[in-house]
Design a protein around this ligand. Structure first.
Ligand code: SF4
Ligand code: MG
Length: 321
């Protein structure tokens, strides 16, 4: 397939239940119609404030939660409702690296067992060969082959994240979904892990869906960037184009608040008024209209459609198109 990942009009509504009989009284629209593609070997960064639907999008792609509507294709195969063998097959192509390497590694399993487990469970390699591969993978992520017999608590946070990455690599995936993968680490360790991820991308032609609230981190690692707000993707473009000419007022506000290298001319700080509306009761029209400094009448009633403004750089905002 031309794409390693295709997401089409993806939605996740969580029911809100109330009363003794737990009747459904409404829905939280965590993800409300998101579409994007990732090419082989490409890194798509997804940014937005917490609660905008980034993690839920990542979890649906990994099928850790089932979509309410829409489609997910991995390497051209529709896995939206895949079960059993088909789901296991899709997991060979897409793996996840989590924020908290402490929680994602079983403390009772040796590092070798943790990394070899997916190979053994999927019957890819014999036990002995799986452990040999685990030792190789430790070397690949910058740890020692002899670390294979040690346990997670013997490692630092950064080392544990390297172990999590080794485990994700075991099945030779084409796509890794990384959700806040460096957010829990010290800044100096963050750049080591980001550099490791970029080296691995070139070595194995990996694609990443790199989810983060940190614009500087996303800028460092991504080829393209998608900006999410209140369950919608409001802008998506090549990194250079998006950071040089952010088109959506929300993207402009996010970038104006982010620290920039001193050489770059500082953007005027845009302070957003009010809070992010509740996804249980989202605004009509443009989801950003309640906080947008450039809101117009049309924004309150009509949802803007995505418009391509620069090559491969689109925005959903009535100011454009
Ligand atoms: Fe602001 Fe209107 Fe654009 Fe929404 S559509 S971002 S409210 S200008
Ligand atoms: Mg999150």
């Amino acid at each position: 397939s031309q794409y390693v990942l295709e997401v089409k009009d993806l939605k996740k509504y969580f029911p809100i239940r109330s009363g003794v009989f737990k009747r459904t009284v409404g829905h939280v629209r965590a993800v409300d119609g998101v579409s994007f593609d990732v090419k082989p070997g490409e890194t798509l960064g997804i940014v937005g404030e917490s609660g905008c639907g980034k993690s839920t999008t990542g979890r649906m792609i990994m099928r850790l939660t089932t979509p309410t509507d829409g489609k997910i294709l991995i390497d051209g195969k529709d896995i939206t409702h895949a079960k059993g063998a088909a789901l296991r097959e899709s997991r060979r192509h897409a793996q996840m690296v989590f924020q908290d390497p402490y929680a994602s590694l079983n403390p009772k399993m040796s590092v070798g067992e943790s990394i070899a487990e997916p190979l053994i469970v999927n019957k890819v390699l014999s036990r002995d060969d799986a452990f040999e591969r685990a030792a190789q993978l430790l070397d690949t992520v910058g740890l020692r082959r002899t670390d294979i017999t040690r346990f997670p608590h013997e490692f630092s946070g950064g080392q544990r994240q390297r172990i999590g990455i080794a485990r994700a690599l075991a099945l030779n995936p084409k796509l890794i979904v990384a959700d806040e993968a460096v957010s829990a680490l010290d800044v100096s360790i963050q750049s080591q892990i980001l550099n490791l991820l970029m080296d691995l991308k070139h070595e194995f032609n990996l694609a990443y869906l790199f989810i983060s609230h940190n614009l500087a981190v996303v800028r460092h690692i991504s080829d393209r960037v998608g900006v999410m707000y209140l369950g919608h993707m409001v802008e998506n473009g090549p990194k250079s184009s998006l950071y040089a000419d952010p088109l959506h007022p929300y993207t402009q506000a996010l970038l104006s608040a982010a620290p920039e290298p001193r050489r770059v001319k500082r953007r005027e700080r845009i302070i957003l008024q009010g809070d992010v509306p509740s996804p249980a009761n989202p605004p009509t029209g443009c989801p950003f209209h309640t906080r947008c400094p450039r809101v117009m009448d049309v924004c309150r009633s009509q949802m803007p459609k995505p418009v391509m403004v620069h090559p491969e750089h689109w925005v959903a905002c009535h100011l454009h198109g």
